[in-house]
Design a protein around this ligand. Structure first.
Ligand code: COA
Ligand code: AMP
Length: 633
């Protein structure tokens, strides 16, 4: 099973990374050529395209206008939840971005300053991101579903000079005012922005704080458009916070040069799209998929990108995705398997598909969580196009493993995201650091250096980067995923080795939720596990031990816990269930046996761990989880 094109590209990318990525970099416009493709003088930290200068915004917008794509749609904003449809040409989008960049400059934002963007799925969010890139400010987009405390944590780490936000988000039929959440976060945060620029949406008006807050329209009116500034390839383009193993998120840094090269390369080689194609990533700009494939990659490649403010179901029905594909002649769709599970649940026969002409669609790409074979096969049969699962992380910005359509597609094996992408030397290691044989599960690592686009470090935290990712196996990047490789080199990504769970394609830390539960006055001890869910893949479930003498009704305590997680982390955590238990199962050294509890909850087979303190507890856990609908045989 091989494609000679893929094999050749893969081999060269590992044997001659400088030649491989140096060639790929020719597709980007540089204001100064790099002096070294790969700088390995500070191992284990590596930098790509050292000495080179470019501007990501120029490459994403201006150069397409200069090369004759000015009248092509850069962005189609399709918002069924507000009844809005708007298309922006590359020229219009460049002009709006240049003007907003001017507004940022007018508010004192300079190269290297951070700008937090807390926005719903509106065009202004993309304009703000690209405007930062235009002037060398570093954006940090925070997903709108996070609560004020999570936003405050990110504000404290990034220390933004300015925050861009909107008066509200629209979730299905609900209008969610964002401004009160923003105000609360700023009040909580030790680091205060000098200014906020607020997009006033007609669904809810936000009260502006005189002196601090500015209205987007007014700021735009008062601004003078500014040009792109040359930036070092190694300058940071953005910080994106992602769940780590504690409640403190990690600030993944993305650079300008390596990122632009990788993004452009993937469009042709992984997705097989070219300038003029219509590309739709049905994700959110708050996630890495949104950063890479709603914003940067499609625009760098001269495609039309779709910004969809809606859900796969309910806005208005399970045919919403097909309507968008047909209406905008989408060539490639990228989303998370959970979206397809949601559609499949409402329309198992795929009847809505027949109502639309999906002739433009060439492929469906899925990522964000393990794709169950049922969902993949369902999509393949109903859509009649290749369905490609690919595996990646916030840290990498693009697929670590994929079926590279542009390099000659390999046969699809449901359950596998296919083989390592060019640039990634993926190995599966055992605890001792030895490569395991095919079929055997181990820790998935990538031999350093990581390819361009992957994180060079964490924000102002080289030591944390090394500690979290590079210290477990020296010379290798620890992905945090466990899995195996088959005889043909196909990868299977099975689980995390840490406490991260994946809820509807969103990455969340159970440790972070445990911190919240532990703060409840009646809770003595707690544990949060990710339990299998037919729609969201996994959902968090809390198990709490109450303090001695607490006699309040369980339902009352549980509803307080649910509210606390919603208030402290956000609705996105989907924390809806918890149960009171007498005690938690532990090893003799006191480690909570989360993995065993998860298997019990899922109704999977489990071994009683040899190190367990008291095996009788497992029966109690099964009984407790049974009360809330889990632990079915
Ligand atoms: N602002 C405010 N709240 C938000 C939000 C936002 N930007 N995004 C989600 N939420 C809220 C939701 O309204 C929901 O609240 P609820 O508990 O009161 O109903 C909660 O956070 C959980 O959201 P979500 O996980 O999206 O669940 P859902 O039930 O609303 O929708 C799916 C389920 C499967 C339809 C949806 O998750 C989906 O479309 N996912 C696929 C695409 C995707 O985004 N993938 C990301 C990585 S590629
Ligand atoms: P995030 O950083 O939010 O994109 O989450 C990354 C994590 O999601 C990975 O480390 C995996 O655990 C999981 N993941 C993403 N894509 C896949 C996939 N295609 N198959 C299995 N797991 C995936």
């Amino acid at each position: 099973m091989s494609s000679s094109q893929y094999d050749a590209a893969y081999r060269r990318s590992l044997q001659d990374p400088e030649g491989f990525w140096g060639d790929a970099a020719e597709a980007i416009h540089w204001t100064r050529r790099w002096t070294r493709v790969l700088d390995d003088s500070r191992k284990p930290l590596y930098r790509w395209f050292v000495g080179g200068e470019l501007n990501t915004c120029y490459n994403a917008l201006d150069r397409h206008v200069e090369q004759g794509r000015g009248d092509q749609a850069a962005l189609i904003y399709d918002s069924p939840v507000t009844g809005t449809l708007r298309s922006f040409t590359y020229r219009e989008f460049r002009d709006l971005t240049a003007r907003f960049a001017g507004a940022l400059v007018q508010q004192g934002v300079r190269k290297g300053d951070r700008v937090v963007i807390y926005m719903p799925m509106v065009p202004e969010a993309l304009i703000a991101m690209l405007a930062c890139a235009r002037i060398g400010a570093i954006h940090s987009v925070v997903f709108g579903g996070f609560a004020p405390k999570e936003l405050a944590t990110r504000i404290n780490d990034a220390k933004p000079k300015l925050i861009v936000s909107a008066s509200c988000g629209v979730e299905g039929k609900r209008v969610i005012p964002y401004k009160p959440l923003l105000d609360e976060a700023i009040q909580m945060a030790a680091s205060k922005p000098e200014h906020c620029i607020i997009v006033q949406r007609p669904q809810a008006a936000a009260a502006l704080m005189p002196g601090r807050d500015l209205d987007w329209e007014a700021a735009m009116k008062a601004a003078t458009p500014v040009d792109c500034v040359p930036l070092a390839a190694t300058d940071p383009l953005y910080i994106l916070y992602t769940s780590g193993t504690t409640g403190i998120p990690k600030g993944v840094v993305r650079d300008h040069g390596g990122h632009a090269v990788a993004m452009q390369w993937t469009m042709k080689n992984i997705y097989d799209v070219q300038a003029g194609d219509v590309y739709w990533a049905a994700s959110d700009i708050g996630w890495v998929v949104g950063h890479s494939y709603i914003v940067y990659a499609p625009l760098l490649a001269g495609c039309t990108t779709i910004l969809y403010e809606g859900k796969p179901v309910g806005t208005p029905d399970a045919g919403a995705f097909w309507r968008v594909i047909a209406q905008h002649k989408v060539n490639v769709l990228f989303t998370a398997p959970t979206a397809f599970r949601a559609i499949k649940r409402e329309d198992p026969e795929g009847k809505h598909i027949g109502r639309y002409d999906l002739g433009s669609l060439r492929a469906l790409f899925l990522a964000g969580e393990r794709c169950d074979p049922d969902t993949l096969v369902w999509a393949q049969q109903r859509l009649g196009v290749p369905v490609i699962d690919h595996w990646w992380q916030t840290e990498t910005a693009w697929g670590i493993a994929a079926n590279c359509m542009g390099l000659g597609m390999l046969p699809v094996k449901p359950g596998s995201p296919t083989k390592a992408s060019p640039g990634y030397d993926v190995r599966i290691l055992d605890e001792a650091g030895d490569v395991v044989p095919p079929g055997k599960t181990g820790n998935i690592v990538v031999k350093l250096p990581l390819p361009p686009g992957c994180l060079p470090t964490l924000w102002e935290n080289d030591a944390g980067y090394v500690d979290s990712y590079l210290s477990r196996y020296p010379g290798y990047y620890l992905t945090g995923d466990a899995g195996y490789q088959d005889e043909d080199g196909y990868l299977y990504i099975m689980s995390r080795i840490d406490d991260i769970i994946n809820v509807a394609g969103h990455r969340l830390s159970t440790g972070g939720m445990e911190e919240v539960l532990a703060a409840h006055p009646d809770v003595a001890e707690c544990s949060v596990i990710g339990v299998a869910d037919g729609l969201k893949g996994e959902v968090p479930v809390g198990l709490v031990v109450l303090k001695a003498g607490v006699r309040r009704p369980e339902a009352e305590i549980v509803s307080e816990l649910v509210k606390m997680v919603r208030d402290k982390i956000g609705a996105v955590a989907s924390f809806k269930k918890a149960v009171v238990v007498g005690r938690l199962p532990k090893t003799r050294s006191g480690k909570i046996l989360r993995g065993t509890m998860k298997r019990i909850a899922d109704g999977a087979e489990y071994k009683v761990p040899a190190t367990i303190d008291d095996p009788a507890i497992l029966g109690e856990i099964r009984e407790s989880l049974g009360r809330i609908g889990y632990a079915r045989e």
